[in-house]
Design a protein around this ligand. Structure first.
Ligand code: SF4
Length: 446
């Protein structure tokens, strides 16, 4: 349940030492209650305080980690029904199935496609994160798991045979796979296997009552990371169950429903278009992991974009890292343009520079993700910061001229920047990014 600032404050040391980055303990408590900082940033909390706050501030849906290192994914961890109430935290992971039913050639192609189908949008790499490996008893399960493991992707190991699952787990333990699945017939053995290797486990059930019962029996010491898999036979049932589980966890505080949810559109229909629609529905309404039966760019790409749009926090502008970007292969006489780190601005400006085919430098100043005019009005895009960035990036060593091109809408900054950078010439570029190609084609270093 969400904690109020004063509930948190009573556990804090109240020394106002500022080590957490906030001026007072109360300010820290307020930000923590809003979910904008983390408990670990206060190094002076007592063990009792840590335990109390960690338990009380735990999200109603448990965060389950699959995979390790840079490739790990976090499932669940959500606290609200609707994004506008606060935010969503962990985008649903997209997985792709490989099965013993497939030929070696099909598997090789699919594994290659999983690595190949990757898209860049607003500085983010969009791709499927997980491979689900299905055991059908043909004796190739462990070798398929090893092949999938070699891709570095997260793994879902799917077998109803505990012995075969145990064998396969040993070959990929370092990648912390998710095990599939405990049901009414095997939950004790599956639970023991998950406990033995400290791995997360999927619980499957045809009804929500079964899921609640099994999750209740399985959760406990040594096994806290569960993922629910509600079996469904129609899109309507899928939606109903996903919504009921989320509402039960968040509004009903039903602990046994407070886990991430897995969906597999391929179990509902053989029609690729309907599978895509079910995946789309699951992403929009509360699935934490969606395993696709096929891998096609024309289906994966829109799903990745849907996910990006739903899980982008509208309260936090998307930002590109501050720095000096090279577009084309700029040299000493190439132009240097300046802009802010609002992702959309960066991509529009860099796109127009690319269109011009004139190699250039783009100096991107951190303006907390604001666009040029807004950042300038808020004094987050100013002459002092740009001059500092010119020095930090050692721009002088890369170019022979001393000219910077500012966005045309900040004419008022020209004089200030000339004062901050003596010896530099400050030019105004176009007011509209679409005129950048013409501007650059006519530009000559002086
Ligand atoms: S680090 Fe802890 S004790 Fe220090 S101000 Fe922050 S919350 Fe208070």
């Amino acid at each position: 349940m969400a904690l109020k600032p004063l509930d948190i404050f009573k556990y804090l040391p109240k020394t106002n030492c500022k080590e957490c980055g906030f001026p007072t303990c109360l300010a820290f408590a307020m930000q923590l209650a809003l979910g904008k900082t983390e408990l670990v940033r206060c190094p002076h909390l007592s063990e009792e305080g840590k335990n109390q706050l960690a338990q009380a501030s735990a999200p109603p849906i448990r965060t389950v980690t699959v995979g390790t290192g840079d490739n790990q994914i976090k499932l669940g961890g959500e606290t609200v029904l609707f994004r506008h109430e606060k935010t969503f935290y962990n985008p649903p992971a997209l997985g792709v199935l490989i099965s013993e039913r497939m030929s070696d050639e099909e598997i090789t192609t699919r594994l290659a496609d999983i690595g190949r189908l990757s898209y860049e949008r607003v500085g983010l790499k969009l791709q499927a994160e997980l491979i689900a490996v299905e055991d059908t008893g043909q004796g190739r399960f462990s070798s398929l798991v090893e092949k999938a493991c070699a891709t570095g992707k997260c793994l879902l190991l799917m077998s109803q045979e505990v012995a075969r699952l145990r064998e396969a787990v040993k070959g990929c333990l370092q990648s912390r796979p998710l095990l599939f699945a405990a049901d009414s017939t095997n939950w004790e053995q599956m639970g023991n296997l998950a406990r033995e290797f400290s791995l997360p486990l999927v619980v499957r059930g045809a009804s929500l009552e079964t899921l609640v019962e099994l999750a209740g029996k399985l959760s406990g010491p040594g096994l806290a990371d569960l993922v629910l898999y509600p079996e469904v036979s129609s899109g309507r049932e899928l939606l109903e169950k996903l919504v009921t589980i989320r509402r039960g966890a968040i509004l009903g505080h039903i602990k046994e429903l407070g886990y991430p949810v897995l969906t597999m559109p391929g179990t509902l229909t053989q029609d690729p278009l309907r599978q895509a629609l079910h995946a789309c529905l699951a992403i929009a309404k509360y699935a934490s992991l969606v395993v696709l039966p096929e891998l096609k760019g024309e289906i994966l790409f829109p799903l990745l974009l849907e996910r990006l749009n739903i899980f982008t926090d509208p309260q936090r502008p998307m930002a590109t890292p501050q720095g000096l970007y090279e577009i084309g292969q700029p040299g000493p006489s190439s132009p240097v343009l300046v802009t802010t780190n609002f992702s959309l601005t960066y991509f529009v400006v860099s796109g127009e520079i690319e269109n011009s085919r004139v190699p250039a430098y783009l100096l991107v100043q951190d303006a907390e993700g604001l666009s040029v005019l807004t950042a300038w009005a808020a004094d987050k895009f100013n002459a002092e910061k740009i001059a500092e960035l010119v020095k930090q990036t050692h721009l002088e060593e890369k170019i022979a001229h001393r000219t910077l091109i500012l966005p045309g809408v900040v004419a008022g900054m020209v004089g200030e920047l000339e004062e901050e950078l003596p010896g530099w010439k400050i030019l105004l570029g176009p007011r509209e990014a679409s005129y950048i190609p013409v501007f650059l084609k006519n530009w000559k270093a002086e």
